[in-house]
Design a binder for this molecule. Structure first.
Ligand SMILES: Nc1ncnc2c1ncn2[C@@H]1O[C@H](COP(=O)(O)OP(=O)(O)OP(=O)(O)O)[C@@H](O)[C@H]1O
Ligand SMILES: [Mg+2]
Length: 391
């Protein structure tokens, strides 16, 4: 089906390509366990959960909540209470029980806006616990699934605006609730690249629990080559871009966009705006231009900008690691990497290098091959890194 370019916008459900198999797997896992989705930015997490919400299998009622909008534990628990109330709204007695708990905490509802008293920073715990208990006791043939997008943003703002302990408490309460209502309380949490840094910060504050060790982690990858090419074809058609050989153009466009739907959409938009045909050469030079564009239309700068946040005391060494790997045409062994780093900065700590490499792998900068050699995980990011760093 032909479609128009929409980089970063909300796609129609039918335009979310190549995710059905992953979605099926996630639903299967959810039968037994909660799930977290680890994935790079802009890879298509929100699109996946929107599709899950739009077409759930029999027996599930998914609700999607963007947690980025919540800045306190009270706001979060209130939103959960609101969704659960809507879910049980046909059962007057259950609704009444929920409402009593809400009233007991001094909650108000003005013009449809629910609010817990500002002064009490702990009432969310009671609200969340009673709400979930009520939910699991009253979901008979259909289960509610919380699709929680961007959890690290919420935790981060709670750390900043309330306290680190409050963020820790949320993770602990959620884990306790999963444990207590093992068969009936399910969540799918996204946006977890970077969560280990939030947790690490919590750990520095003597937090020793592993808040997600009972949750199954699913990784979202770029599109498969065939779906990347299908998307490119649909966009070439939808934007009425001329090309001599559709198969070749679609293959080049998908590969140049590294099979990220986001970049493939961007290429189509750019070709259209600059009035070019979708010929392989035009596609390649369009990508080069986009990578060099100081306005950073592909939002790649965050790969550089998040480093000081993720690695506050190791930024220089991390930059050197990434520069050395980006400069190497092939995957590089730890031994050769240490050699390359030593030539640039004063550093000779193999163990620390290993530790940082493991984190960079978790952060999706790097991947390791069967021989234990490292390279950039995404070729396009490597290419951008070289250009941006003038390597
Ligand atoms: N399955 C897909 N098929 C086609 N295009 C896609 C797909 N998934 C994502 N895209 C493209 O990538 C863009 C970003 O997708 P989405 O918002 O789902 O990613 P995300 O991982 O949630 O991003 P963020 O990290 O910003 O939250 C979409 O607007 C669309 O252009
Ligand atoms: Mg998203």
């Amino acid at each position: 089906m032909a479609q128009r370019a929409n980089p970063g916008g909300q796609l129609g459900i039918g335009q979310i390509l190549g995710r059905d198999e992953l979605i099926r797997t996630i639903w299967e896992i959810l039968d037994n366990q909660s799930v977290m989705m680890t994935a790079e930015r802009r890879i298509g997490k929100t699109s996946i959960i929107r599709k899950m919400q739009a077409v759930p299998p029999e027996g599930w009622v998914p609700v999607l909540q963007d947690l980025e909008q919540f800045h306190s534990a009270n706001e979060f628990a209130t939103a959960v209470y609101g969704e659960v109330s809507a879910f049980v709204s046909k059962k007057a007695n259950v609704l009444q029980q929920l409402r009593s708990a809400w009233d007991a905490l001094g909650g108000t509802e003005i013009g449809g806006v629910l609010k817990l008293p500002d002064g009490d920073k702990q009432s969310w715990k009671t609200l969340l616990t009673t709400t979930v208990a009520n939910l699991v006791a009253n979901q008979e043939d259909k289960k509610l699934l919380f699709l929680w997008d961007e959890m690290p943003y919420m935790l981060d703002s709670i750390c900043k605006r309330e306290s680190v302990e409050q963020a820790i408490d949320i993770l602990d309460v959620l884990r306790a609730l999963r444990h207590q209502h093992n068969n009936a309380f399910r969540m799918l949490v996204t946006g977890l690249i970077g969560l280990h840094h939030v947790i690490k910060r919590l750990q520095d504050e003597q937090y020793t629990n592993r808040p997600f060790n009972d949750v199954y982690s699913v990784e979202v990858t770029p599109l498969s080559s065939s779906y990347g090419e299908l998307l490119a074809r649909e966009l070439i058609e939808g934007e009425s871009l001329a090309c001599r050989d559709m198969d070749e153009s679609a293959a080049v466009m998908a590969a140049e966009g590294d099979y990220f739907g986001f970049y493939i959409h961007h290429i189509a938009r750019r070709l259209k705006m600059s009035g070019q045909d979708a010929e392989p050469e035009a596609i390649r030079s369009c990508v080069q231009e986009q990578l060099l564009d100081p306005n950073d239309p592909w939002e790649l700068r965050h790969f550089r900008e998040r480093l000081p946040l993720y690695y506050p005391s190791d930024e220089t060494i991390v930059l050197t690691i990434l520069d050395s790997i980006a400069s190497s045409d092939e995957a590089i062994s730890v031994k050769d990497l240490l050699q390359a780093i030593k030539q640039q900065i004063l550093f000779d700590d193999r163990e620390q290098l290993r530790r940082l490499l493991a984190l960079l792998e978790q952060d999706h900068y790097l991947k390791r091959d069967m021989e234990g050699r490292y390279q950039f995980r995404f070729p396009l990011i490597c290419r951008w890194w070289r250009l941006d760093r003038g390597l």
